[in-house]
Design a protein around this ligand. Sequence first.
Ligand code: HEC
Length: 99
Amino acid sequence: MRLLVMLATLLLASAAHAADPEAGRTLAREACAFCHVVEDGGSGSDAVPSFPAIAREAGDNIEALRSFTVEPHPQMPQFADLSETQVDNLIAYMRSLTE
Ligand code: HEC
């Protein structure tokens, strides 16, 4: 019985942790589209790399983009405000752009 409870807890924890690319896209539209083109056909600034371009460039190294969320730089304010889940979702969305 105790094992079952442990298993259920584990399953729930991993489900809660599964990154959601759709939520990432929504967040990108809200938080990033002011500067970045976050999807093909989206609007943004020509001076800023688009998400599809960033994702293609990163390829298998998408995880490395996480550092942008913990180290805000001048042009990208308020990054520390994102929760870990939001970052997971953004990364999942970026990854979906490379597929
Ligand atoms: C105020 C404008 C602005 C906003 C808002 C913004 N960015 Fe950026 N971002 C930039 C600029 C400018 C660069 C290019 C910086 C550089 O190359 O040094 C950049 C670069 C990046 C890069 C690195 C690109 C690369 O080539 O490695 C990532 C990843 C990124 N942004 C993600 C995001 C995410 C995710 C959001 C939304 C949560 C966001 N940005 C919101 C301006 C912005």
